[in-house]
Design a protein around this ligand. Structure first.
Ligand code: HEC
Ligand code: HEC
Length: 213
């Protein structure tokens, strides 16, 4: 199999991480196709090998950017090895994706530092936004049907525990905190954060309305 075709397999294969704990492929969080209607936490990989920095400019080398995901989200045992046959194939595949010519600066990655309550969402729009942004991992609202891993809590039912766990906090705010910070900033788990570019406050407010929060 040519390297770039093998790279496409690697990109779409949760087994790449080498542990059954992991349920994600790179493609769980990054699209490689034009016209993908999912709203994903990671950027599209088209043109990624031409970028000069990653993660909003915080990471300088492509392999370090990918290794971060591999270790942080996929339970990968160590950083990716640039000499590994699968890492090389992955690179060939990413380099083969269509993208603009020439080097490009890092794409923006704006973290919402201080979360605030979001109101005025529209439940109908929120249903579509939930499907595009959350359903791929959490499955259907209320049942979790189709969830990618049993660790991805059923929404919004998980919030029923919040009155006990976080008595002084609006449950919606706990959800916003998780969406904006994922497993980062000392939070546990493997959910990735959604930056402002990935998911707007308006879309998040709609999702909360759909979930009845
Ligand atoms: C659980 C979700 C998730 C998984 C799985 C994941 N990533 Fe990421 N990745 C992110 C997020 C979030 C970012 C930060 C936003 C961004 O820069 O795309 C990111 C950033 C990146 C970047 C930097 C892109 C840029 O231009 O800033 C690369 C490269 C990357 N990931 C590669 C990979 C590869 C290769 C895999 C599979 C081995 C992978 N990721 C798996 C969520 C994920
Ligand atoms: C890449 C997969 C993925 C995506 C996309 C995702 N989640 Fe999660 N989420 C998880 C996993 C896995 C958990 C379990 C805790 C962990 O691993 O971080 C989780 C946990 C949660 C929790 C429970 C936190 C707690 O401990 O009580 C909430 C709330 C949540 N997600 C909301 C959302 C919302 C809303 C969306 C869509 C905007 C979303 N998630 C998108 C994977 C994902």
């Amino acid at each position: 199999m040519p390297a770039k075709e093998f790279g496409a397999v690697v990109f779409n294969d949760p087994a790449f991480a080498g542990t059954r704990l992991n349920a994600y492929a790179c493609s769980t969080c990054h699209t490689e196709r034009a016209g993908d209607t999912r709203v994903l936490p990671g950027y599209a990989m088209t043109g990624v090998t031409k970028r000069t920095a990653f993660w909003g400019g915080q990471i300088e080398r492509l392999i370090d950017a990918a290794s971060f995901c591999y270790q942080q989200y996929m339970f990968g045992a160590g950083p990716l090895d640039a000499e590994d046959v699968r890492a090389k194939a992955l690179y060939e595949y990413l380099a083969s994706l269509p993208g603009e010519e020439g080097a490009k600066d890092a794409l923006p990655f704006t973290v919402v530092h201080t979360v605030t309550v979001l109101t005025g969402g529209d439940a109908k729009r929120g249903q579509a936004a939930y499907s595009a942004a959350c359903r791929g991992c959490h499955g259907e609202a209320h049942s979790g049907s189709g969830q990618i891993t049993s660790r991805a809590n059923v929404l919004p039912e998980v919030t029923k525990d919040y009155a006990r766990l976080f008595p002084a906090v609006d449950p919606a705010l706990v959800v916003i905190e998780k969406v904006r910070h994922g497993n980062s900033f000392g939070l546990s788990g493997t959910m990735a954060p959604f930056s402002q570019e990935a998911l707007s406050d308006e879309a998040l407010a709609d999702i909360l309305a759909y979930l009845g929060l």
